[in-house]
Write a protein that binds this ligand. Structure first.
Ligand code: DER
Length: 216
């Protein structure tokens, strides 16, 4: 894991926040993974929490750590945590390198409190510097979504491929595909403009969410 020491320090800080009875939204990605391992240690020592996982990976990890889980239809999280690919000075965020941004945004929207775990490599002056905005969309809308993302100013759009794991596109937890759209200019209406394209399920652009950063 890149920046392991910083991520582990942030993960430990997060894990210390949990208290008995908490229902917690568990984010996806390597930083969240380390936080879940830390929470697993506390659960082994008697901490009573329930997790709402945001991906298959996190669901499997909770099962392995014997952390009880509920779905987003069964309960609302008291609070949630997650990682980020980029965070700017307005606390606008790009997420979704791990492809779980629909469940992550849903869980954040359901949570009273949102903690975002960041190592210093994630802090950027200008959003869009290092990462594309991932856009989850219905397979039948691929051409339409690509065209409209370019119209919104995307420098490039590319279907996320599974690589060695499988020829062709990756398929998300909800059976959709992801288009990675590189934007050099990200204005405050872009999240809503992307969402308004027919066929778009959700994007990894988070503008104006009430979040608290946890840094190393
Ligand atoms: O895919 C995601 O949304 C992850 O949370 C990502 O944004 C951060 O992943 P990392 O913790 O592995 O850097």
């Amino acid at each position: 894991i890149k920046n392991y020491d910083e991520k582990l320090a942030v993960a430990k800080k997060l894990a210390a926040l949990a208290k008995d009875g908490d229902i917690i939204g568990f984010g996806s990605g390597s930083t969240s993974y380390l936080a879940i391992l830390e929470l697993g240690k506390r659960v082994k020592n008697g901490l009573k929490i329930i997790a709402i996982p945001t991906s298959h990976e996190v669901s499997l990890l909770c099962a392995a750590l014997k952390i009880p889980t509920l779905s987003t239809n069964a309960a609302k999280p008291d609070w949630c945590f997650d990682g980020a690919d980029e965070v700017d000075s307005n606390s606008w965020i790009i997420k979704g390198r791990g492809g779980a941004m629909f469940n992550e945004k849903l869980t954040m929207s359901l949570s009273k409190k949102v903690y975002i775990l960041v190592d210093n490599s994630k802090i950027v002056k200008k959003l869009g510097t290092n990462f594309p905005i991932p856009v989850e969309c219905v397979r039948a809308s691929l051409l339409h979504v690509k065209e409209n993302l370019l119209k919104l100013g995307a420098e490039s759009v590319a279907v996320r491929l599974a690589g060695k794991a499988k020829d062709g596109p990756i398929i998300t937890e909800h059976g959709n595909i992801i288009i990675d759209a590189k934007f050099n200019k990200i204005g405050k209406t872009l999240e809503k403009e992307i969402k308004s394209i027919t066929g778009v399920i959700e994007s990894g652009l988070f503008i104006g969410y009430n979040i608290e950063l946890i840094k190393a």
